[in-house]
Design a protein around this ligand. Structure first.
Ligand SMILES: [Zn+2]
Length: 433
């Protein structure tokens, strides 16, 4: 029996449909099902190299897979949500408290940012979703008319709040602000994100630390899958928003695979990879991302949470990830660490005391066009807010352009070369000149 997700109508290009029918006949799992179902449920392992361009039309969220790079696993697409469209791959800046620290919505738009991530946990505790709802929702409250994605708050509950406990029906925790007690079910977490007015919503998942035993990871996974089922069950059918499931399973491949299979069976608008960047080695993390991604449906966006350095972004794009968020680029900017085409530099260092050049001569942002390294260094040492604003502006502009150029390279089937050239430059230091 088809789930509601699978029975939705999809528009598929005629050529793609023919290919899907050919592929379908070779895999017993999809025999007797329509080509559309085959395209949305078969893992990318089977389909990714056989599908050229597919358009999926969902009632809630539209994801257009525009091109798959022939030189790597990278993909270029477009997501249309109720507050606009944006291209993938995309880096989404973090607006923890309902703002991207130090920047105005006008500045974000000027940089070219179309989607930001806000933290449910922080907004739920302060100012509270009732206030935000009364003020007309988060978009109006913060005057942001682009797309908003909200996390479930699970990660913050397990990392910031005290006395947190995961129970069968939900999570119990104490506020890090005033010590007040809270208990939230997955359905309530969905309701909070709906009340905020979020466009892309994440289901509650149980985050696990690293290392963890297989038994413990499996137990957490069962709970995550149960919460995913409950959340999907209380999802209002005609909502014009997207609901994302989160793949857990720690570093165990059998659990990751099982989690993807069961989440796809439940059916979501997109799939996120959770439980990574929690202490495992970069090599193991990459292995798990590569392994998991091959089982994710081709026609759904893939979102890797908590990754935001240029090197990691390019590497994960080459593995087929579409969406990223991370607080790191804005956090390090406020401390004076900036990305440049020749690696990250710490602008507060003495070497830049009398440097009249821009942060990055290859960057065309407002900061680089108008201010010297010496001036930015001075502002940061003097703890002037303008210094933090200008470095934050630059780092976000740098990543936005990096995503734009990645998209162009994917469409040219040259992402592998683009990544190699970028990394060769990125690993060269300025003083090498
Ligand atoms: Zn710049």
């Amino acid at each position: 029996m088809l789930s509601e997700e699978q029975s939705e109508e999809f528009h598929v290009f005629p050529e793609t449909r023919r290919r899907a029918e050919t592929i379908q006949s070779r895999y017993t799992a999809t025999k007797g099902k329509s080509p559309e179902v085959c395209l949305t449920s078969l893992p990318s392992l089977v389909l990714c190299k056989e599908v050229l361009a597919i358009r999926s039309v969902s009632k809630r969220l539209q994801f257009t897979l525009i091109h798959e790079d022939s030189s790597s696993g990278a993909r270029q697409g477009e997501i249309s949500a109720s507050h606009g469209s944006f291209s993938t791959p995309v880096f989404m800046p973090v607006g923890t408290q309902g703002c991207v620290k130090t920047l105005s919505p006008d500045e974000l738009r000027e940089i070219g940012i179309k989607v930001i991530l806000c933290n449910t946990y922080h907004l739920y505790l302060r100012p509270g979703c009732q206030i935000i709802e009364k003020m007309g929702g988060l978009h109006r409250f913060m005057n942001w008319n682009g797309v908003i994605i909200t996390d479930s708050g699970g990660y913050q509950i397990f990392s910031i709040s005290s006395l947190q406990r995961s129970e069968e029906k939900g999570v119990r925790f104490k506020s890090h602000l005033d010590g007040s007690n809270h208990f939230l079910t997955p359905e309530e977490i969905l309701k909070i994100q709906l009340a905020l007015g979020s466009d892309l919503i994440m289901v509650l998942d149980q985050c696990t630390p690293h290392p963890i035993s297989h038994t413990q990871a499996e137990k957490a996974l069962d709970r995550t899958l149960n919460w995913a089922r409950v959340t999907r069950g209380s999802w209002v059918k005609d909502e014009k928003r997207g609901l994302f499931g989160i793949v857990q399973g720690s570093t165990f491949k059998d659990l990751r695979k099982r989690c993807v299979e069961e989440l796809v069976e439940i059916g979501f608008d997109g799939y996120a990879l959770g439980g990574l960047s929690v202490g495992e080695s970069p090599t193991l993390r990459r292995e798990i991302i590569e392994y998991t991604t091959q089982y994710l449906p081709v026609l759904r966006p893939r979102y890797l949470m908590g990754v935001g350095t240029p090197e990691e972004l390019l590497d994960c794009i080459s593995l087929g990830i579409d969406m990223f968020d991370c607080a790191l680029p804005t956090r390090i900017a406020r401390n004076g660490a900036v990305f440049t085409h020749r690696g990250q530099i710490i602008i507060k260092n003495a070497a830049y005391k009398q440097d009249s050049g821009p942060l990055d001569p290859d960057c065309g942002c407002y900061t680089c066009k108008n201010f010297s390294r010496a001036y930015l260094r001075h502002l940061l040492w003097a703890r002037e807010i303008l210094g933090m604003r200008l470095t934050t502006y630059h780092n976000l502009y740098f990543l936005a352009r990096l995503m734009e150029l990645s998209g162009e390279a994917i469409r040219d089937n040259s992402f592998k070369n683009f990544k190699r050239e970028f990394m060769e430059n990125y690993q060269r230091k300025w003083h090498a000149n």
